[in-house]
Ligand binder design. Sequence first.
Ligand code: PMP
Length: 455
Amino acid sequence: MNKHAPNSPEARDIAYHLHSYTNAELHQEVGPTVIERGAGIHVWDNTGKRYVEALSGLWSVGVGFGEERLVKAATEQMQKLPYYQTFAHRSHGPAIDLAEKLVSIAPVPMSKAYFTNSGSEANDTVVKFLWYRSNALGKPEKKKIISRFRGYHGVTVASASLTGLPYNHRSFDLPINGILHTTCPHYWKEGRDGESEEEFASRCAADLDAMIQAEGPDTVAAFIGEPVMGAGGVVVPPKGYWQKIQAVLAKYDILLVADEVICGFGRTGNLWGSQTFDIKPDILVTSKQITSSYFPLSAVLLNERAYAPIQDESGRIGTLGHGVTGAGHPVGAAVALENIAIIEERGLVANAARQGEPLRAGLKALADEFELVGEMRGIGLIAALEMDPGRAKDEMAVGALGTAMNVALMRHGVIARNLGDTIAFCPPLIIDDEGVAEIIAGVEKALKDVSAAHG
Ligand code: PMP
Protein backbone atom coordinates (compact mmCIF):
# COMPACT_ATOMS: atom_id res chain seq x y z
CA MET A 1 0.00 0.00 0.00
CA ASN A 2 1.22 3.51 -0.70
CA LYS A 3 1.16 6.23 1.93
CA HIS A 4 -1.23 8.56 0.14
CA ALA A 5 -4.81 9.36 1.21
CA PRO A 6 -7.49 7.61 -0.88
CA ASN A 7 -8.68 9.83 -3.70
CA SER A 8 -5.78 12.28 -3.28
CA PRO A 9 -4.15 13.40 -6.53
CA GLU A 10 -1.17 11.23 -5.61
CA ALA A 11 -3.32 8.13 -5.10
CA ARG A 12 -5.18 8.74 -8.36
CA ASP A 13 -1.91 9.29 -10.20
CA ILE A 14 -0.69 5.94 -8.90
CA ALA A 15 -3.96 4.31 -9.91
CA TYR A 16 -4.29 5.69 -13.42
CA HIS A 17 -1.11 7.27 -14.76
CA LEU A 18 1.78 5.40 -16.41
CA HIS A 19 4.81 7.74 -16.35
CA SER A 20 7.67 8.22 -18.76
CA TYR A 21 11.19 7.59 -17.45
CA THR A 22 9.89 6.34 -14.12
CA ASN A 23 10.28 2.99 -12.43
CA ALA A 24 6.66 1.82 -12.71
CA GLU A 25 6.90 -0.51 -9.75
CA LEU A 26 8.58 2.02 -7.46
CA HIS A 27 5.99 4.60 -8.49
CA GLN A 28 3.24 2.42 -6.99
CA GLU A 29 4.93 2.95 -3.65
CA VAL A 30 6.29 6.49 -3.70
CA GLY A 31 3.86 8.24 -6.05
CA PRO A 32 4.36 11.60 -7.77
CA THR A 33 5.49 15.08 -6.81
CA VAL A 34 2.53 17.09 -8.04
CA ILE A 35 3.55 20.50 -9.35
CA GLU A 36 0.75 23.04 -9.36
CA ARG A 37 2.02 26.34 -10.65
CA GLY A 38 5.07 28.26 -11.76
CA ALA A 39 6.38 31.82 -12.00
CA GLY A 40 9.75 32.89 -13.35
CA ILE A 41 12.39 30.34 -12.35
CA HIS A 42 10.22 28.81 -9.62
CA VAL A 43 7.51 26.16 -9.35
CA TRP A 44 5.30 25.17 -6.40
CA ASP A 45 4.00 21.72 -5.50
CA ASN A 46 0.54 20.97 -4.11
CA THR A 47 1.75 21.29 -0.53
CA GLY A 48 2.84 24.87 -1.26
CA LYS A 49 6.56 24.04 -1.25
CA ARG A 50 8.60 26.24 -3.59
CA TYR A 51 11.44 24.96 -5.79
CA VAL A 52 13.91 26.68 -8.04
CA GLU A 53 13.54 24.89 -11.38
CA ALA A 54 17.22 24.36 -12.15
CA LEU A 55 16.45 22.08 -15.13
CA SER A 56 13.86 24.38 -16.79
CA GLY A 57 11.32 21.53 -16.79
CA LEU A 58 13.06 19.26 -19.27
CA TRP A 59 15.85 21.63 -20.38
CA SER A 60 13.24 23.70 -22.07
CA VAL A 61 11.38 26.51 -20.30
CA GLY A 62 13.82 29.18 -21.47
CA VAL A 63 11.72 32.26 -20.75
CA GLY A 64 10.58 30.88 -17.39
CA PHE A 65 7.13 30.04 -16.09
CA GLY A 66 4.09 32.32 -16.29
CA GLU A 67 5.21 34.38 -19.31
CA GLU A 68 2.05 36.33 -20.17
CA ARG A 69 3.17 37.22 -23.67
CA LEU A 70 3.14 33.55 -24.62
CA VAL A 71 -0.28 33.07 -23.05
CA LYS A 72 -1.55 36.01 -25.09
CA ALA A 73 0.04 34.80 -28.34
CA ALA A 74 -1.55 31.36 -27.86
CA THR A 75 -4.96 32.80 -26.92
CA GLU A 76 -5.10 35.14 -29.88
CA GLN A 77 -4.10 32.39 -32.31
CA MET A 78 -6.62 29.98 -30.76
CA GLN A 79 -9.34 32.57 -31.35
CA LYS A 80 -8.29 33.37 -34.92
CA LEU A 81 -7.42 29.92 -36.28
CA PRO A 82 -6.97 27.19 -33.64
CA TYR A 83 -5.83 24.59 -36.11
CA TYR A 84 -5.00 24.11 -39.69
CA GLN A 85 -3.02 21.56 -41.61
CA THR A 86 0.06 21.90 -43.75
CA PHE A 87 -0.45 18.86 -46.03
CA ALA A 88 -1.34 19.06 -49.72
CA HIS A 89 -0.17 22.64 -50.40
CA ARG A 90 -2.14 24.11 -47.46
CA SER A 91 -0.45 26.66 -45.22
CA HIS A 92 -1.12 29.48 -42.76
CA GLY A 93 0.57 32.64 -41.57
CA PRO A 94 2.25 31.42 -38.36
CA ALA A 95 3.90 28.41 -40.08
CA ILE A 96 5.12 30.58 -42.95
CA ASP A 97 6.46 33.25 -40.58
CA LEU A 98 8.19 30.68 -38.39
CA ALA A 99 9.80 28.84 -41.31
CA GLU A 100 11.14 32.13 -42.62
CA LYS A 101 12.34 33.20 -39.18
CA LEU A 102 14.16 29.92 -38.52
CA VAL A 103 15.92 29.97 -41.88
CA SER A 104 16.93 33.60 -41.25
CA ILE A 105 18.46 32.91 -37.81
CA ALA A 106 20.03 29.52 -38.60
CA PRO A 107 23.76 29.27 -37.85
CA VAL A 108 24.57 28.34 -41.46
CA PRO A 109 22.69 28.92 -44.73
CA MET A 110 19.60 26.73 -44.62
CA SER A 111 17.02 26.16 -47.30
CA LYS A 112 13.81 24.82 -45.70
CA ALA A 113 12.15 24.28 -42.32
CA TYR A 114 10.03 21.17 -41.74
CA PHE A 115 7.74 20.98 -38.69
CA THR A 116 6.94 18.19 -36.23
CA ASN A 117 5.80 18.08 -32.59
CA SER A 118 8.64 16.59 -30.56
CA GLY A 119 12.37 16.09 -30.74
CA SER A 120 11.80 12.37 -31.26
CA GLU A 121 9.52 12.91 -34.23
CA ALA A 122 11.95 15.42 -35.70
CA ASN A 123 14.81 12.92 -35.49
CA ASP A 124 12.68 10.11 -36.92
CA THR A 125 11.91 12.50 -39.76
CA VAL A 126 15.63 13.11 -40.24
CA VAL A 127 16.28 9.37 -40.55
CA LYS A 128 13.51 9.00 -43.13
CA PHE A 129 14.64 12.06 -45.08
CA LEU A 130 18.20 10.71 -45.17
CA TRP A 131 16.97 7.39 -46.56
CA TYR A 132 14.68 9.12 -49.05
CA ARG A 133 17.53 11.38 -50.15
CA SER A 134 19.91 8.48 -50.73
CA ASN A 135 17.28 6.74 -52.85
CA ALA A 136 16.85 9.97 -54.77
CA LEU A 137 20.57 10.11 -55.41
CA GLY A 138 20.52 6.57 -56.76
CA LYS A 139 22.62 5.40 -53.80
CA PRO A 140 20.23 3.02 -52.05
CA GLU A 141 23.12 1.45 -50.13
CA LYS A 142 24.05 4.81 -48.51
CA LYS A 143 21.65 4.53 -45.57
CA LYS A 144 23.65 3.97 -42.38
CA ILE A 145 23.67 6.66 -39.74
CA ILE A 146 26.39 7.02 -37.15
CA SER A 147 25.47 8.35 -33.73
CA ARG A 148 27.40 8.23 -30.46
CA PHE A 149 27.25 6.21 -27.27
CA ARG A 150 25.40 8.30 -24.65
CA GLY A 151 23.93 10.55 -27.35
CA TYR A 152 20.24 11.34 -26.83
CA HIS A 153 17.96 11.82 -29.80
CA GLY A 154 14.57 10.65 -28.56
CA VAL A 155 12.46 7.57 -28.01
CA THR A 156 10.48 6.75 -31.14
CA VAL A 157 11.74 3.69 -33.03
CA ALA A 158 14.37 5.37 -35.19
CA SER A 159 15.26 8.18 -32.77
CA ALA A 160 15.60 5.71 -29.86
CA SER A 161 17.94 3.74 -32.10
CA LEU A 162 20.01 6.90 -32.62
CA THR A 163 20.05 7.39 -28.85
CA GLY A 164 23.08 5.65 -27.41
CA LEU A 165 21.84 4.77 -23.92
CA PRO A 166 21.27 1.18 -22.79
CA TYR A 167 17.86 1.67 -21.16
CA ASN A 168 16.46 3.12 -24.38
CA HIS A 169 17.39 -0.10 -26.20
CA ARG A 170 17.07 -2.78 -23.55
CA SER A 171 13.84 -4.81 -23.80
CA PHE A 172 12.69 -2.69 -26.75
CA ASP A 173 14.61 -4.77 -29.34
CA LEU A 174 16.55 -1.70 -30.45
CA PRO A 175 18.55 -0.33 -32.17
CA ILE A 176 17.22 -1.03 -35.66
CA ASN A 177 19.66 -2.13 -38.34
CA GLY A 178 21.87 0.47 -39.94
CA ILE A 179 22.30 2.71 -36.93
CA LEU A 180 25.76 2.60 -35.38
CA HIS A 181 27.32 4.21 -32.33
CA THR A 182 30.83 5.58 -32.06
CA THR A 183 32.94 6.83 -29.14
CA CYS A 184 31.36 9.25 -26.69
CA PRO A 185 33.50 12.40 -26.31
CA HIS A 186 33.43 12.20 -22.51
CA TYR A 187 36.95 13.11 -21.47
CA TRP A 188 36.43 12.54 -17.74
CA LYS A 189 35.03 9.02 -18.29
CA GLU A 190 36.73 7.91 -21.51
CA GLY A 191 40.04 9.81 -21.53
CA ARG A 192 43.09 7.64 -20.89
CA ASP A 193 45.84 8.31 -18.36
CA GLY A 194 48.18 10.94 -19.72
CA GLU A 195 45.98 11.62 -22.75
CA SER A 196 45.37 15.34 -23.35
CA GLU A 197 41.93 16.62 -24.32
CA GLU A 198 43.17 17.23 -27.83
CA GLU A 199 44.65 13.75 -28.12
CA PHE A 200 41.37 12.34 -26.90
CA ALA A 201 39.49 14.39 -29.53
CA SER A 202 41.84 12.98 -32.20
CA ARG A 203 41.14 9.46 -30.95
CA CYS A 204 37.37 10.05 -31.19
CA ALA A 205 37.81 11.24 -34.78
CA ALA A 206 40.08 8.28 -35.59
CA ASP A 207 37.48 5.88 -34.17
CA LEU A 208 34.84 7.47 -36.40
CA ASP A 209 37.13 7.23 -39.42
CA ALA A 210 37.84 3.56 -38.68
CA MET A 211 34.12 2.81 -38.34
CA ILE A 212 33.34 4.48 -41.66
CA GLN A 213 36.17 2.55 -43.33
CA ALA A 214 35.02 -0.74 -41.83
CA GLU A 215 31.40 -0.18 -42.86
CA GLY A 216 32.29 1.19 -46.28
CA PRO A 217 32.09 4.97 -46.83
CA ASP A 218 29.47 4.50 -49.56
CA THR A 219 27.08 2.95 -47.05
CA VAL A 220 27.09 5.84 -44.56
CA ALA A 221 24.56 8.65 -45.08
CA ALA A 222 25.09 10.83 -42.02
CA PHE A 223 26.57 11.46 -38.62
CA ILE A 224 24.33 12.90 -35.88
CA GLY A 225 25.36 14.57 -32.64
CA GLU A 226 24.31 17.10 -30.05
CA PRO A 227 26.81 20.00 -29.84
CA VAL A 228 26.83 19.33 -26.07
CA MET A 229 25.29 16.02 -25.02
CA GLY A 230 22.43 16.63 -22.61
CA ALA A 231 20.56 13.60 -21.31
CA GLY A 232 23.64 11.38 -21.76
CA GLY A 233 25.31 13.33 -18.94
CA VAL A 234 26.00 16.95 -20.02
CA VAL A 235 29.06 16.00 -22.03
CA VAL A 236 30.97 19.04 -23.27
CA PRO A 237 33.21 17.81 -26.09
CA PRO A 238 36.99 18.07 -25.71
CA LYS A 239 38.85 20.90 -27.43
CA GLY A 240 39.00 20.50 -31.19
CA TYR A 241 36.52 17.63 -31.24
CA TRP A 242 34.00 19.06 -33.73
CA GLN A 243 36.70 20.29 -36.13
CA LYS A 244 38.22 16.82 -36.23
CA ILE A 245 34.88 15.07 -36.65
CA GLN A 246 33.85 17.42 -39.46
CA ALA A 247 37.16 16.82 -41.26
CA VAL A 248 36.44 13.08 -41.27
CA LEU A 249 32.88 13.54 -42.58
CA ALA A 250 34.08 15.87 -45.34
CA LYS A 251 36.45 13.15 -46.62
CA TYR A 252 33.58 10.74 -47.27
CA ASP A 253 30.63 12.88 -48.41
CA ILE A 254 28.70 12.18 -45.21
CA LEU A 255 26.07 14.67 -44.02
CA LEU A 256 26.24 16.20 -40.57
CA VAL A 257 23.11 16.49 -38.44
CA ALA A 258 23.26 18.79 -35.40
CA ASP A 259 20.67 17.86 -32.81
CA GLU A 260 20.13 21.27 -31.18
CA VAL A 261 17.05 20.20 -29.23
CA ILE A 262 18.73 21.26 -25.96
CA CYS A 263 21.49 23.56 -27.22
CA GLY A 264 19.33 25.68 -29.52
CA PHE A 265 18.06 29.11 -28.45
CA GLY A 266 20.86 30.21 -26.22
CA ARG A 267 21.75 27.33 -23.95
CA THR A 268 25.49 27.31 -24.68
CA GLY A 269 25.81 31.12 -24.60
CA ASN A 270 25.19 31.59 -28.34
CA LEU A 271 21.90 31.26 -30.16
CA TRP A 272 23.02 27.85 -31.44
CA GLY A 273 25.43 25.27 -30.06
CA SER A 274 26.70 25.02 -33.64
CA GLN A 275 28.04 28.58 -33.27
CA THR A 276 29.74 27.81 -29.97
CA PHE A 277 31.64 24.88 -31.51
CA ASP A 278 31.89 26.08 -35.12
CA ILE A 279 29.76 23.23 -36.42
CA LYS A 280 28.45 23.51 -39.98
CA PRO A 281 25.46 21.16 -40.08
CA ASP A 282 23.59 20.11 -43.22
CA ILE A 283 20.54 19.37 -41.09
CA LEU A 284 19.66 21.02 -37.77
CA VAL A 285 17.00 19.79 -35.35
CA THR A 286 15.40 22.14 -32.83
CA SER A 287 12.61 21.86 -30.25
CA LYS A 288 12.15 22.52 -26.50
CA GLN A 289 13.28 26.15 -26.08
CA ILE A 290 11.80 27.08 -29.47
CA THR A 291 8.48 27.55 -27.61
CA SER A 292 9.94 27.38 -24.09
CA SER A 293 7.84 24.17 -24.07
CA TYR A 294 4.61 26.16 -23.69
CA PHE A 295 3.47 24.21 -26.76
CA PRO A 296 4.93 21.03 -28.34
CA LEU A 297 6.79 21.95 -31.51
CA SER A 298 9.96 20.87 -33.27
CA ALA A 299 11.59 21.75 -36.56
CA VAL A 300 14.10 20.21 -38.94
CA LEU A 301 16.16 22.69 -40.96
CA LEU A 302 17.69 21.38 -44.19
CA ASN A 303 20.36 23.02 -46.29
CA GLU A 304 20.24 22.85 -50.08
CA ARG A 305 22.55 19.82 -50.16
CA ALA A 306 20.18 17.89 -47.91
CA TYR A 307 16.96 19.27 -49.38
CA ALA A 308 17.44 19.35 -53.18
CA PRO A 309 17.41 15.56 -53.72
CA ILE A 310 14.26 15.29 -51.57
CA GLN A 311 12.51 17.77 -53.86
CA ASP A 312 13.71 15.84 -56.93
CA GLU A 313 12.55 12.50 -55.59
CA SER A 314 9.09 13.70 -54.62
CA GLY A 315 8.79 15.39 -58.00
CA ARG A 316 9.59 12.07 -59.62
CA ILE A 317 7.59 9.60 -57.52
CA GLY A 318 4.75 11.82 -56.33
CA THR A 319 3.82 13.20 -52.94
CA LEU A 320 6.37 13.26 -50.10
CA GLY A 321 4.76 10.50 -48.04
CA HIS A 322 5.52 11.87 -44.61
CA GLY A 323 3.88 14.30 -42.18
CA VAL A 324 1.91 14.52 -38.93
CA THR A 325 -1.44 16.15 -38.21
CA GLY A 326 0.04 18.76 -35.91
CA ALA A 327 2.89 19.74 -38.27
CA GLY A 328 3.41 23.50 -38.07
CA HIS A 329 0.45 23.85 -35.69
CA PRO A 330 -0.65 27.50 -35.83
CA VAL A 331 -0.81 27.89 -32.05
CA GLY A 332 2.63 26.32 -31.60
CA ALA A 333 4.07 28.44 -34.39
CA ALA A 334 2.55 31.62 -32.92
CA VAL A 335 3.97 30.76 -29.50
CA ALA A 336 7.39 30.01 -31.03
CA LEU A 337 7.46 33.35 -32.86
CA GLU A 338 6.58 35.26 -29.69
CA ASN A 339 9.05 33.22 -27.65
CA ILE A 340 11.86 33.95 -30.11
CA ALA A 341 10.89 37.64 -30.04
CA ILE A 342 11.17 37.62 -26.23
CA ILE A 343 14.58 35.91 -26.39
CA GLU A 344 15.78 38.54 -28.87
CA GLU A 345 14.25 41.61 -27.21
CA ARG A 346 15.40 40.73 -23.71
CA GLY A 347 18.87 39.64 -24.77
CA LEU A 348 18.38 36.24 -23.14
CA VAL A 349 21.19 34.57 -25.06
CA ALA A 350 23.65 37.12 -23.66
CA ASN A 351 22.05 36.66 -20.24
CA ALA A 352 22.61 32.91 -20.45
CA ALA A 353 26.28 33.51 -21.29
CA ARG A 354 26.58 36.01 -18.42
CA GLN A 355 24.80 33.98 -15.73
CA GLY A 356 26.48 30.76 -16.80
CA GLU A 357 29.74 32.08 -15.38
CA PRO A 358 28.70 32.44 -11.73
CA LEU A 359 26.64 29.24 -12.00
CA ARG A 360 29.63 27.20 -13.18
CA ALA A 361 32.03 29.00 -10.82
CA GLY A 362 29.73 28.29 -7.86
CA LEU A 363 29.36 24.63 -8.80
CA LYS A 364 33.11 24.34 -9.41
CA ALA A 365 33.84 25.70 -5.93
CA LEU A 366 31.51 23.06 -4.47
CA ALA A 367 33.13 20.35 -6.61
CA ASP A 368 36.50 21.38 -5.16
CA GLU A 369 35.16 21.46 -1.61
CA PHE A 370 33.21 18.20 -1.53
CA GLU A 371 35.18 15.00 -1.95
CA LEU A 372 32.22 13.08 -3.40
CA VAL A 373 32.19 15.26 -6.51
CA GLY A 374 34.47 14.00 -9.27
CA GLU A 375 34.23 17.01 -11.55
CA MET A 376 32.16 20.00 -12.61
CA ARG A 377 31.69 20.53 -16.31
CA GLY A 378 29.60 22.85 -18.38
CA ILE A 379 29.42 25.65 -20.91
CA GLY A 380 27.08 28.62 -21.12
CA LEU A 381 24.06 27.97 -18.91
CA ILE A 382 24.28 24.17 -18.82
CA ALA A 383 26.41 22.35 -16.27
CA ALA A 384 26.82 19.15 -14.32
CA LEU A 385 28.33 17.79 -11.15
CA GLU A 386 29.73 14.31 -11.60
CA MET A 387 29.27 12.41 -8.36
CA ASP A 388 31.94 9.76 -7.88
CA PRO A 389 30.67 6.63 -6.09
CA GLY A 390 34.28 5.41 -5.94
CA ARG A 391 34.86 8.05 -3.25
CA ALA A 392 31.89 7.06 -1.07
CA LYS A 393 32.60 5.35 2.24
CA ASP A 394 29.99 2.68 1.47
CA GLU A 395 29.61 0.46 -1.60
CA MET A 396 27.16 2.26 -3.88
CA ALA A 397 25.49 0.95 -7.02
CA VAL A 398 25.84 3.06 -10.15
CA GLY A 399 23.35 5.92 -9.89
CA ALA A 400 22.67 5.52 -6.16
CA LEU A 401 24.75 8.55 -5.21
CA GLY A 402 23.05 10.59 -7.93
CA THR A 403 19.65 9.52 -6.63
CA ALA A 404 20.65 10.46 -3.08
CA MET A 405 21.67 13.91 -4.35
CA ASN A 406 18.42 14.27 -6.23
CA VAL A 407 16.39 13.53 -3.10
CA ALA A 408 18.50 15.96 -1.03
CA LEU A 409 18.18 18.68 -3.67
CA MET A 410 14.39 18.34 -3.70
CA ARG A 411 14.37 18.56 0.09
CA HIS A 412 16.31 21.82 -0.15
CA GLY A 413 14.03 23.23 -2.84
CA VAL A 414 16.13 22.65 -5.96
CA ILE A 415 14.85 20.68 -8.94
CA ALA A 416 17.79 19.39 -11.00
CA ARG A 417 18.08 15.95 -12.59
CA ASN A 418 20.29 13.01 -11.83
CA LEU A 419 21.36 11.13 -14.93
CA GLY A 420 22.93 8.19 -13.17
CA ASP A 421 25.57 9.85 -10.99
CA THR A 422 25.60 13.04 -13.02
CA ILE A 423 23.58 15.94 -11.63
CA ALA A 424 22.45 18.19 -14.48
CA PHE A 425 21.70 21.92 -14.20
CA CYS A 426 20.01 23.83 -16.99
CA PRO A 427 18.06 26.75 -15.47
CA PRO A 428 15.80 29.15 -17.42
CA LEU A 429 17.61 31.68 -19.62
CA ILE A 430 16.02 34.51 -17.60
CA ILE A 431 17.88 33.61 -14.40
CA ASP A 432 19.51 36.47 -12.45
CA ASP A 433 22.23 36.69 -9.77
CA GLU A 434 19.75 35.91 -7.01
CA GLY A 435 18.50 32.79 -8.82
CA VAL A 436 22.02 31.51 -9.36
CA ALA A 437 22.81 32.10 -5.67
CA GLU A 438 19.66 30.20 -4.69
CA ILE A 439 20.71 27.18 -6.76
CA ILE A 440 24.25 27.19 -5.37
CA ALA A 441 23.01 27.50 -1.78
CA GLY A 442 20.61 24.57 -2.25
CA VAL A 443 23.27 22.42 -3.89
CA GLU A 444 25.66 23.14 -1.03
CA LYS A 445 23.08 22.00 1.54
CA ALA A 446 22.36 18.86 -0.47
CA LEU A 447 26.07 18.05 -0.77
CA LYS A 448 26.47 18.48 3.00
CA ASP A 449 23.64 16.01 3.64
CA VAL A 450 24.87 13.46 1.12
CA SER A 451 28.47 13.80 2.32
CA ALA A 452 27.36 13.26 5.92
CA ALA A 453 25.62 10.03 4.86
CA HIS A 454 28.10 8.67 2.33
CA GLY A 455 31.30 10.78 2.39
N1 PMP B 1 17.18 15.33 -28.91
C1 PMP B 1 17.72 15.84 -27.80
C2 PMP B 1 19.11 16.41 -27.85
C3 PMP B 1 16.99 15.86 -26.61
O1 PMP B 1 17.53 16.34 -25.51
C4 PMP B 1 15.68 15.35 -26.60
C5 PMP B 1 14.82 15.37 -25.36
N2 PMP B 1 15.45 15.42 -24.15
C6 PMP B 1 15.18 14.81 -27.79
C7 PMP B 1 15.94 14.84 -28.93
C8 PMP B 1 13.81 14.22 -27.84
O2 PMP B 1 12.85 15.19 -27.71
P1 PMP B 1 11.36 14.81 -27.23
O3 PMP B 1 11.46 14.38 -25.81
O4 PMP B 1 10.61 16.08 -27.43
O5 PMP B 1 10.88 13.73 -28.12
